[in-house]
Design a protein around this ligand. Sequence first.
Ligand code: G
Ligand code: MN
Length: 289
Amino acid sequence: MAWGAHRYLLKPVAPQELLESVTRAVLLSDLARLKREAFALRGSHGLPVDDEDALHVTFSRALEKLSIVFQPIMSMALGHPVGYEALVRSAEPTLEHPEALLGTAGLLGRHDELTRAIYKKIASRAVDLPDDRLLFVNVHPPDLMDHSLHGMGSPLAPFASKIVLEITERASIDRMGDITDVVRDLRLLNYRLAVDDLGTGYAGLASFTQLSPEIVKLDRSLIEGIDANPVKQRVVRAMNVLCADLKMQVISEGVETTAERDTLMSLGADLLQGYIFGMPSPEFTEPKI
Ligand code: G
Ligand code: MN
């Protein structure tokens, strides 16, 4: 009935009409099923089968050649890093950077495989993390729902008390439904949470109300050229004041110049991250301020 069979079912029903209407209903329900299947397959759309096979092979090679680099997050007051953000790289040409890796994983339906490989690599390096330093790990919002990624069996779990999970604002977490249980479980395991890329277009407060993050990371688009931009200065100063009131720490990302660094410090920022302290490195570096 939902597919329109009712349209013809006024009595008296001629046998031929009944047959047609039932046939139409069956066809429509088949179409709906096909549409659902197509929707589920949409990730691998647009790739001829041969290309897709080749891409699988390239992607598998990229997974074997993963490495992790670390970018220090500096406390200007302490004069040394408080932690490091783990960033994935691959030695496979064309898939060196996270965006390419993640995009391809999505196309091939191999996202979970990539995430697990990254977490295993990060865990293998976490043992060398200097004492009193935190390790910041990027998490894609849908991965939050996967308990096997962060739960007891996860390669990251043994290091949870030193790990800050960064959850990006680029994908809105309010479309994920209720994440209260997941957040509670993560906190039971002693993970800390950060909202990443704040200021990238998403205006809602779901990430704050649902995550109660300890840390907020301001996107580099807010930091770039801040020394010459009074509007950015006003926003960042207000953000620092507000987050201090909320007992959240603020990290300013993408600091590249001394002018940006000095302006940020004058606006009350203490935790800074960016190329000014050096490029992300395979080692846990100790940059000079
Ligand atoms: O989205 P997220 O904040 O996790 O992005 C981290 C990315 O930003 C990494 O790929 C890193 O190489 C890059 N990055 C880190 N510091 C800087 C910087 O100072 N300038 C620019 N342009 N990019 C940076
Ligand atoms: Mn990040």
